[in-house]
Design a protein around this ligand. Structure first.
Ligand SMILES: [Zn+2]
Length: 86
């Protein structure tokens, strides 16, 4: 398979299954690595939060093909301990 096509297929798979979300840097486009714009932020569900992004790089096929990039943020800090009533 053509290397570019292969990379595109992989990038689209990553965009669909979810890339890592950094609280500091947001989510990077799986194709070009540029910072993406958040289009939708879902509420926290347990310890994870899903967001949807768009790549804004006009040179990037992910952007040209209007591929939505999904990101997953995971918060592993423990929940606050409820104050004991006794
Ligand atoms: Zn991109």
């Amino acid at each position: 398979m053509n290397a570019i096509v292969k990379k595109l297929v992989l990038s689209r798979e990553q965009a669909a299954s979810g890339v890592d979300y950094s609280a500091r840097n947001g989510a990077a486009c799986p194709w070009c690595g540029e910072k993406t714009r958040i289009t939708t932020t879902r509420p926290w569900e347990d310890r994870t939060r899903i967001r949807y992004h768009r790549c804004l790089n006009p040179q990037c096929p992910i952007s040209t093909l209007n591929v939505t990039i999904k990101s997953i943020e995971v918060d592993l800090t423990p929940d606050p301990v409820l104050e004991k009533s006794w």
